[in-house]
Design a protein around this ligand. Structure first.
Ligand SMILES: NC(=O)C1=CN([C@@H]2O[C@H](COP(=O)(O)OP(=O)(O)OC[C@H]3O[C@@H](n4cnc5c(N)ncnc54)[C@H](O)[C@@H]3O)[C@@H](O)[C@H]2O)C=CC1
Ligand SMILES: O=C(O)C(=O)COP(=O)(O)O
Length: 528
């Protein structure tokens, strides 16, 4: 099997080496495609790699019939329609660590250039003007740097600014006074930061909540003469409001790497002498580009070869130590879901998943996802995967409940899945036996012991002599060999279950023949 990968933005050649070296990956490098060109080509590709320039819109995703993974060689994924990707079962991965250092260094370069008006002075010199008076700057030492967003880059900026002996103050919804103390910086609310800072630098993602976070009202709260830096995302700062604040002399200078519209040929902010800019260069170093390309290539190769990804954006990422504990249960969870959904032909309204024993002590969200994937696959086929399973369940109006319980029924771990429809509740329970793999140990109220694989036939019948014989002769007439067989009942003479493993898929007419026996109430063939 081979995969076609489209590289739609310029990526480091060295960084792409893992993909070039992988035998079954066909790389096509075509940058600067128009949206229409990308729409028309994307159907041929299994993977798409981009930076910030290519807009991966819903339209493009809807045309991407074979696309399985979008790799963003960088941090920000605001150029990718994540909802559309999730709905279509396409995983999005990014490379969140590889360019942190470069972006932090670029931010420091911007702050230092701003404080000493270096770009403006250089520009004047280029224009034959030797002017020492006009370009008097300010020192950074003892000035307050306000950082809005203290994540990976904000934190690196804070430690570098401390090296410049700046007084660093930060606001981040996850920052506490205690954490700030430990980092040797001051904690402030957003208002405190706006009010006290001499320089303000933003390092948040662009989200609904951060769009125009720095707006006209925010500028009003700032100190006169404040200087502004944006090396995060255009749109966090309202460009119109920044323009007005500079013209009104509230803001003394601004250094911008990112813009509301990119790329641009004209931006009126650049007409102001107080503003200088770079064309989104925060991550543009040889080192960062190599790092992010390698990271994203590894995830793309890993994912297409069936491994787990390290930096998923539209799937919760699970730390390695947790993943190693739950990974062995993935198959069990999916198989239980696939098995159970065959026991009902009614509309499932609710799914209850009970985690017991060892399973009650781990992060179970990925197992829930796998169970739901198994449940939905019967009707939705290959369209359902880890990425969209929960979204599709929600869209179908199915309530999913996770429960942790101490009822292990004597097993060290027990996973019970129950589906409710308007008229019935059906359930299956399974366990992972040490060294022996997964087992189905309960179906509805009956105890069984069956490996969840191959061709299983579940028969509900009256507990009376002769049923097994009659069933056996029908199978024999059709040359169907029984590999294993289990029977259980609750009351003598009441309803009983038969779980058969047979050596081939059973046809509908063969099942109908079994159903025609008077003592047999329900026959379900399940191929796992
Ligand atoms: N100019 C460039 O070339 C580059 C830009 N970036 C951009 O830099 C930004 C930050 O990247 P990282 O530090 O890697 O991300 P991160 O996810 O590590 O940090 C973002 C921080 O912002 C905080 N935050 C979210 N909403 C907030 C709010 N309303 N107020 C204050 N803080 C808020 C989060 O809690 C988080 O700590 C992103 O927008 C990213 O796309 C990243 C690399 C290069
Ligand atoms: O990683 C990010 O968020 C960046 O903004 C870097 O963008 P780029 O890959 O240089 O287009």
């Amino acid at each position: 099997m081979s995969f076609n990968i489209l590289i739609a933005d310029p990526l480091s050649e060295e960084g792409l080496q893992p993909l070039q070296d992988a035998e079954n990956m066909n790389l096509v490098i075509e940058t600067n495609l128009s949206p229409e060109e990308l729409e028309s080509k994307i159907g041929d590709f299994d993977g798409l790699l981009v930076r910030s320039q290519t807009q991966v819109t819903r339209n493009i995703i809807q045309k991407a019939k074979n696309l399985k993974i979008i790799g963003r060689a960088g941090v920000g994924v605001d150029n990718i329609d994540l909802d559309a990707a999730t709905e279509n079962g396409i995983i999005v991965v990014n490379a969140p660590n590889g360019n942190t250092n470069s972006a932090a260094e670029h931010t420091m370069a911007m702050i230092m250039s701003l404080s000493r008006k270096i770009p403006q002075a250089y520009y004047a010199l280029k224009n034959h003007q030797w002017d020492r008076k006009k370009y008097v700057g300010v020192e950074l030492k003892n000035k307050t740097l306000g950082i809005v967003g203290l994540g990976r880059i904000g934190t690196e900026v804070a430690s570098r600014a401390k090296g410049q002996r700046m007084d660093v103050m930060a606001y981040d919804p996850f920052l506490t006074e205690e954490k700030a103390d430990k980092m040797g910086i001051r904690y402030g609310s957003i208002e405190d930061v706006l009010k006290e800072a001499d320089f303000i630098t933003v390092h948040t993602p662009l989200l609904k909540e951060t769009k125009h976070l720095i707006n006209a009202e925010a500028f009003q709260q700032m100190k006169p003469g404040v200087q502004i830096v944006n090396c995060a995302r255009g749109g966090i700062i309202d460009e119109e409001a920044l323009y007005n604040a500079i013209v009104d002399k509230k803001v003394a200078g601004a250094a911008l790497d990112v813009f509301e519209e990119e790329p641009f040929h004209d931006n009126k902010l650049l007409e102001l002498p107080e503003v200088f800019a770079t064309p989104h260069l925060g991550a543009s170093t040889i080192e960062a580009q190599e790092n992010v390309a390698i990271d994203v290539c590894q995830d793309v190769i890993g994912f297409l070869m069936g491994d787990l990804v390290r930096n998923p954006v539209n799937l919760p990422s699970v730390p390695n130590e947790i993943m190693s504990k739950i990974e062995p249960y993935f198959n069990l969870a999916e198989k239980l879901g696939s098995f159970l959904i065959h026991l009902t032909d009614e509309v499932v309204e609710e799914v209850n998943i009970y985690y017991a024993g060892d399973l009650s002590e781990v992060e179970v969200a990925p197992l829930t996802r796998n169970t739901v994937k198994g449940l939905l696959t019967r009707h939705l086929g290959d369209h359902v995967n880890d990425v969209n399973a929960l979204y599709l369940a929600k869209r179908k109006g199915i309530n999913i409940n996770e429960n942790k319980t101490s009822r292990t029924r004597g097993f060290t771990n027990l996973l019970t899945v129950e589906v409710k429809t308007a008229t019935e509740t059906r359930s299956v329970a399974g366990t992972l036996l040490n060294g022996l793999g997964p087992r189905i140990v309960k179906v509805d109220k009956y105890s069984v012991d069956v490996t969840p694989e191959d061709h299983i036939v579940v028969i509900y019948h009256q507990d009376q002599p002769g049923v097994i014989g009659r069933m056996g002769s029908i199978l024999a007439q059709h040359h169907i060999n029984i590999a294993t067989m289990q029977v259980d009942r609750v009351d003598i003479g009441g309803e009983a279950i038969m779980m058969l493993k047979v050596d081939r898929h059973m046809e509908q007419k063969e099942l109908d023949e079994l159903k025609s026996l008077e003592e047999i109430h329900e026959v379900t063939a399940i191929d796992l």
